[in-house]
Design a binder for this molecule. Structure first.
Ligand code: PLP
Length: 395
C-alpha cells in the first residue's frame, strides 16, 4: 500500500477487503459412516488410495492410455462392443443429460417409462431439449411388461424410448430383454438408466439392443461420484452424426467430447475440457476390481447377499415393497411398519450406529426405507449389521 492509502498497482492489490478474517476450519474429518442408503455407498479402499495418487496431465500419453483401459473395462462391465463407451465428467445426471442432449432432436417423440423418481427426470430433460414427451406410467415399485411396452411403442411411435433399468426410488428392476429389438422395429432408440445396476445386476446391453446407457460410479462400482459411464451404439452415433444442428449443450456435446476421449483422424486427441484426473483414477481402479472379481461372480455375490438380507429382514418382521420376481439385489425398499416414524429411525441409525439408510421418495415417502448393499458393501457382514441396527431401532 502506498503512503496515500492507494494500492501501489491497480493490478495487484494485496490488501483484503472488509471480510478480513480468514476462516479457520482445520483438517477435514468426515464422520466414519457406513453408507447403506441409495448411494453413494462406501468407496472401495483401493479406489480411495488410487484417487490420492499424484496427478498427471490429461493429454499425457500415460493418461490417454489409462483412458483406453477405462473404456475397455467399461465395455466388459456393460457387456457391449460399442466403440463409444466413455466416462463423462460429472455425476450420473450428466451422462443422463448427455443421452438426451445428443440423441433428442427438437420435435422428436420421446416415450419414457415412469414408475418411480427417475423416469420423470428423463421427461424433464427431454422437455428442455424440445422433445414431445410422453409418460408411460405404472405404480411405484412395479415394472412394465414386454406387451405393455410393445403397445405403447405401436400407439405413440416415438423416436426414443427411455427406460430405467434399476429404479433407485423403488427397488424395482425393469426387464429389458427383447426391448431393443422391439424399438428397432419401430425405428426408435432405446436409452437405459443403469445407474444402480452397473456391475451389481446383470446388464447385457448388446444382447438387449440398448442404444444408449448411462450409469453412476457411486453405487455398485464403489467409487465416489464425479464421473459417469456412458455408451452409444452405432445406431445412436448415426443419429448424432446426422444431426443438422449443433447439440444444445456445449459441455455435453459428445461429438466434441469424442475428439478428446476417442480421438479424431490418426487417433490425435484435442482438448475439450480438462478431464477430472483423480476421478478417472478412481473409476479406473473400481473397474479393475470388477474385472479381477469377474462379472458373473460379482452379480452372483450381489444376489446372494440380497437374498440373505431379505430372509433376515423377514425374521425381524419386516417386508419388502417390491415383488421378488423383479426386486433389485442392489437396492431394497423395506416397508415401514404401521405406527413407525421412518425418519426418526433413519436419524437414530445415523446418530447411534454411524449408519446411513435412505428414506422413501415421492409416492413412497414415509412408506419405505431404501437400503443399498452395493459393490464393496454387498457383504454378509454389512447385511447383518443393517438388520441388527433396524431391529434395535424398532424396539
Ligand atoms: N438415475 C438413477 C436411477 C439414480 O439412482 C440416480 C442417482 O441416484 C440418477 C439417475 C442421477 O445420478 P446422480 O445423482 O449421480 O447425478
Amino acid at each position: 500500500m502506498a503512503a496515500n492509502g492507494k494500492a501501489e498497482s491497480p493490478m495487484y492489490d494485496y490488501a483484503c477487503d472488509a471480510v478480513a478474517e480468514a476462516p479457520q476450519k482445520g483438517v477435514l474429518n468426515p464422520p466414519p459412516r457406513l453408507l447403506c442408503g441409495p448411494g453413494p455407498g462406501n468407496a472401495h479402499p483401493r479406489v480411495l488410495s488410487a484417487m490420492s495418487l499424484p496427478e498427471i496431465g490429461h493429454l499425457d500419453p500415460a493418461f490417454l492410455s489409462m483412458m483406453e483401459d477405462i473404456k475397455e473395462m467399461l465395455r466388459y462391465v456393460w457387456q457391449t462392443n460399442n466403440a463409444f463407451t466413455v466416462p463423462v465428467s460429472g455425476t450420473g445426471s450428466a451422462a443422463m443429460e448427455a443421452c438426451v442432449a445428443n440423441l433428442v432432436e427438437k420435435g422428436d417423440k420421446m416415450l419414457v417409462g415412469c414408475n418411480g423418481y427417475f423416469g420423470p427426470r428423463l421427461i424433464d430433460m427431454g422437455d428442455r431439449y424440445g422433445a414431445e414427451c410422453i409418460e408411460m406410467k405404472k405404480p411405484w415399485g412395479e415394472v412394465f411388461s414386454y406387451d405393455e411396452i410393445k403397445a405403447a411403442l405401436e400407439e405413440h411411435k416415438p423416436k426414443i424410448l427411455g427406460m430405467v433399468h434399476a429404479e433407485t426410488s423403488t427397488g424395482a428392476c425393469q426387464p429389458l430383454e427383447g426391448i431393443g429389438e422391439l424399438c428397432h422395429e419401430h425405428d426408435c432408440l432405446l436409452i437405459a438408466d443403469c445407474v444402480t445396476s452397473i456391475s451389481g445386476v446383470p446388464c447385457h446391453l448388446d444382447k438387449w439392443g440398448v442404444d444408449a446407457a448411462y450409469a453412476g460410479t457411486q453405487k455398485c462400482l464403489s467409487c465416489p461420484p464425479g464421473v459417469s459411464p456412458l455408451t452409444f451404439s452405432q445406431r445412436a452415433m448415426d443419429k448424432l452424426m446426422a444431426r443438422p444442428d449443433k447439440v444444445k449443450n456445449w459441455y455435453l456435446d459428445m461429438k466434441m467430447v469424442a475428439s478428446y476421449l476417442v480421438g479424431s483422424g490418426g487417433g490425435a486427441r484435442s482438448y475439450h475440457h480438462t478431464a477430472p484426473i483423480s476421478m478417472c483414477y478412481g473409476i479406473r481402479e473400481a473397474l479393475s476390481i470388477c474385472c479381477e472379481e469377474g462379472l458373473e461372480a460379482r452379480w452372483k455375490r450381489h444376489r446372494e447377499v440380497a437374498e440373505f438380507f431379505w430372509v433376515e429382514l423377514e425374521k425381524i418382521g419386516l417386508e419388502c415393497h417390491v415383488s421378488k420376481d423383479y426386486r433389485l439385489p442392489s437396492l431394497t425398499t423395506v416397508k415401514v411398519p404401521e405406527g413407525v416414524d421412518s425418519k426418526k429411525l433413519t436419524k437414530l441409525l445415523l446418530e447411534k450406529y454411524q449408519m446411513e439408510i435412505g428414506n422413501g421418495l415421492g409416492d413412497l415417502a414415509g412408506k419405505v426405507w431404501r437400503i443399498g448393499l452395493m459393490g464393496y458393501n454387498s457383504r454378509f457382514d454389512v447385511a447383518m449389521t443393517v438388520v441388527a441396527a433396524l431391529k434395535d431401532g424398532l424396539e
